[in-house]
Design a protein around this ligand. Structure first.
Ligand code: ADE
Length: 252
């Protein structure tokens, strides 16, 4: 049976997934990365820390696809909210992804991936629907279980465009430029569209799950760090575990 690959950029984003792998998992070190191969909540998986940025994500996606007999890839992690409706604590599941820093003008249109003739890479609709449904269930339970939940707004699960680039956006001005240029972009992160391009080129279905840690503004660094330490791992494991346990992401 082929495996599901789960990738994250930072240790905290995949820590609870690694801890939940069934005994007997093996670790394979390739290109300075550890690939954890085993079973997670009944589903054959390979889990890897990609590290941050587009090159890191592309290299990791290429390795899992070529070396570990992978039929699907999920990228999970944090993102900065761009769209006015996207708040800290919300979840974004990608319908499609683009590289906001790709700019080979005047040879190609802005954002076009040169010689591939496209700007966006579409996530697998079926996988994305499963993630959205699981995220809705999780966020409802999480809010009800949290202290002070009565005063907290229920997190929203969004579905739409994710913008990826090799920049941690932490200034209002920069966020505003992106909002103006890409009015439908829900959030900004640093790996998704790079992994998506690799999956597209290999013909492997993928999905991207992001939890909003900050609003890509002057407070982004503090908000991101607090969120990473306290919440990131709970969300990814909380959303992925029921899905994997149900067998919905088993191959075949
Ligand atoms: N990931 C989480 N927050 C981010 C931000 N503000 N910019 C880029 N990537 C992020």
């Amino acid at each position: 049976m082929k495996r599901l690959a789960i990738l994250g950029a930072l240790h905290e984003e995949i820590a609870d997934l690694l801890a939940a792998m069934e005994p007997g998992a093996t670790v394979h070190r390739i290109a300075m990365r550890d690939f954890h191969v085993g079973t997670l909540w009944g589903t054959p998986c390979v889990i890897a820390l990609s590290r941050i940025g587009k090159v890191a994500a592309s290299a990791t996606a290429s390795i899992v696809i070529r070396e570990f007999d992978v039929s699907r890839v999920i990228f999970t992690g944090l993102a900065g909210g761009l769209h006015a409706d996207v708040e800290v604590g919300d979840v974004v599941v990608a319908s499609t992804l683009m590289q906001h820093d790709m700019d080979a003008r005047p040879l190609f249109d802005q954002h076009e991936i040169p010689l591939l003739g496209r700007v966006c890479f579409d996530a697998d609709a079926g996988m994305s629907k499963l993630l959205r449904d699981s995220a809705v269930t999780f966020t409802q339970a999480f809010t009800h279980a949290s202290p002070g939940a009565a005063t907290q707004a229920m997190p929203t699960v969004h579905h739409g465009l994710i913008a990826t680039g090799d920049r941690f956006v932490s200034h209002n001005d920069e966020a505003q430029v992106l909002r103006k240029r890409l009015p439908t972009a829900l959030c900004v992160e640093m790996e998704g569209a790079a992994m998506a391009q690799v999956c597209y080129e290999f013909g492997v279905p993928f999905a991207v799950l992001r939890v909003i840690s900050d609003r890509a503004d002057h407070a982004a660094k503090t908000d991101f760090t607090a969120f990473l330490e306290n919440v990131a791992r709970v969300y990814s494991a909380g959303i992925l575990s029921p899905l994997l346990k149900s067998g919905a992401l088993l191959d075949g």
